[in-house]
Unconditional design. Structure first.
Length: 175
C-alpha cells in the first residue's frame, strides 16, 4: 500500500528527528530475512537504545539531508534498513554485528559516525567502542593510577624505616 503525502512527511520528520540526536548510523541490506528475524532484530535494538526503521531511499535522503548523516545519501541504493545509535556510538554496531553473525543475509552496507562515512569492514572496530559508562570508568582508572602510585611511594619511606628498625632490633636481640 502506497503512503500518502502526509504519511511520507511524517516518516521524513521522524527519521530526521532521530538522526539529529543520534551518534552513529548504519545502513544494512535485509533482503531475504523473515518477519520473525526482523522482529527479533528490532527487539534487540530497542533494548540497546537503537532506532531501527525501513525507509524508502528517497524519503531517507530527504530525512538525512540536514543532518551529519547526509554523507550516507550516495550509498542509499536497494532495500536498506536504517539504524541509529542514540545512547552511544557503538551500540548500533554491536547490534548489527551480533545479528549479522547469526544471519548471513543481513549485510551492513553503510556506516556513519560524526559526519564521516566508514567502510563496512570497520563495523567491528565501531562495535568495540566503549559505552559512556565504560569510557568514564577507564578515564577514572587512568586518572587514579598516578595518585595511587604517589601515595604508595610516599608510604614506602616510613615503611622502609620501620622495617629497618625492626631488623636492627632483631639483630640486637639475637646477639
Amino acid at each position: 500500500m502506497a503512503l500518502t503525502y502526509a504519511q511520507k512527511e511524517t516518516v521524513v520528520a521522524e527519521v530526521a528527528e532521530v538522526a539529529k540526536t543520534a551518534y552513529s548510523a548504519i545502513g544494512a541490506e535485509y533482503r531475504g530475512l523473515t518477519v520473525a528475524q526482523m522482529t527479533a532484530l528490532r527487539v534487540e535494538a530497542r533494548k540497546a537504545g537503537v532506532y531501527v526503521r525501513v525507509v524508502k531511499n528517497t524519503l531517507a535522503k530527504r530525512a538525512l539531508a540536514d543532518t551529519e548523516f547526509a554523507c550516507m545519501n550516495d550509498g542509499l541504493r536497494g532495500p536498506l534498513l536504517l539504524a541509529f545509535g542514540q545512547e552511544d556510538p557503538g551500540s548500533v554496531a554491536r547490534i548489527a554485528e551480533a545479528f549479522a553473525k547469526d544471519h548471513d543475509k543481513f549485510e551492513v552496507k553503510l556506516i556513519a559516525i560524526s559526519g564521516k562515512l566508514l567502510e563496512p569492514a570497520q563495523l567491528s572496530a565501531l562495535a568495540k567502542m566503549p559505552t559512556y559508562d565504560e569510557a568514564i570508568s577507564q578515564l577514572m582508572a587512568v586518572m587514579k593510577a598516578p595518585v595511587q602510585k604517589l601515595a604508595a611511594t610516599i608510604n614506602e619511606v616510613p615503611s622502609k624505616l620501620v622495617r629497618t628498625l625492626a631488623a636492627v632490633r632483631d639483630a640486637k636481640e639475637a646477639a
